[in-house]
Design a protein around this ligand. Structure first.
Ligand SMILES: [Zn+2]
Length: 260
């Protein structure tokens, strides 16, 4: 080992770089043999910077893919990806109040997660209900799990479990839906075919309510229709414990590019 080390030496000599001109090159020698000549330091630095840039680019791509995967997992459709608090236009007092409520909900999500808060966004189509709910979802997604789904798709998930060849039992599906940190149910109140389907929706909402899991309900129904749809008991409970935001302005579709 000592013998080997004794044979290793370095020497320097001027070298020529086609780009940067003359530089002092250092060679690592083993006896008379050159093991390694140092390249032009400026070329080395440039190559290093290029590698760092390529790494940063691939990191950015990986981060983007991770985000995409998370959005995919959360069920947030492509057209909703840009729905953030920043892109929500609060042009009147009602919109500003709705925005404040939504930001508060996202900012204090840990608290709402413990309390199992329910947030109800009701109002006409095109008033930004889904936009604000998705914006909350984007924030919650940084730390927890989010699922955005139409109420009818959630109901179908439950009803699929009734099939003889179903992969999961109804209990498993309900448990799965109840385990998501934030469930956003859109289009609540869109008429379903059967009463059984309506009951499935209540089962989902009720299970989350009992398990103290926060839920956002989005509906085009006004409070009266909501009462008729949910039934007195569920409605009263939502009235007492839920936070209602009425989106009672005209549709912004057509005026604002971001839509609902
Ligand atoms: Zn060079």
């Amino acid at each position: 080992m000592d013998a080997l080390f004794k044979k290793i030496s370095t020497r320097t000599q001027p070298e020529q770089c086609a780009v940067h001109g003359t530089y002092e090159s250092k060679a690592v020698m083993l006896g008379d043999k050159v093991l390694h000549w140092m390249r032009c330091p400026q070329c080395s630095a440039a190559a290093q910077a290029e590698r760092a840039l390529a790494q940063a680019k691939s990191d950015a791509v990986a981060a983007q893919q991770k985000l995409e995967a998370r959005l995919q997992h959360a069920g947030i459709p492509l057209r909703y990806r840009a729905k953030t608090f920043a892109s929500f236009v609060a042009a009147n007092a009602g919109q500003a109040a709705a925005l404040v409520t939504a930001v508060e909900f996202a900012d204090h999500f840990a608290e709402h997660r413990r309390q199992g808060s329910v947030l109800v966004f009701s109002g006409r189509p095109g008033t930004g209900k889904s936009h604000l709910a998705i914006a909350i979802g984007h924030e919650v997604m940084r730390k927890g799990t989010v699922l955005y789904t139409s109420a009818i798709d959630a109901v179908r998930l439950v009803r699929d479990s009734w099939r003889r060849d179903a992969e999961r039992s109804e209990t498993q599906v309900l448990r799965m839906l109840a385990a998501i940190d934030l469930l956003i149910l859109d289009e609540v109140g869109v008429q379903y075919g059967t009463e059984a389907e309506q009951i499935s929706l209540f089962d989902i909402i009720d299970k989350r309510y009992r398990d103290l899991m926060p839920t956002i309900l989005i509906s085009n129904l006004g409070t009266g229709d909501m009462k008729a749809f949910l039934g007195e008991r569920s409605y009263d409970r939502l009235r007492e414990d839920g936070q209602w935001v009425k989106f009672d302005w005209d549709s912004q579709r057509g005026h604002v590019l971001s839509g609902d």
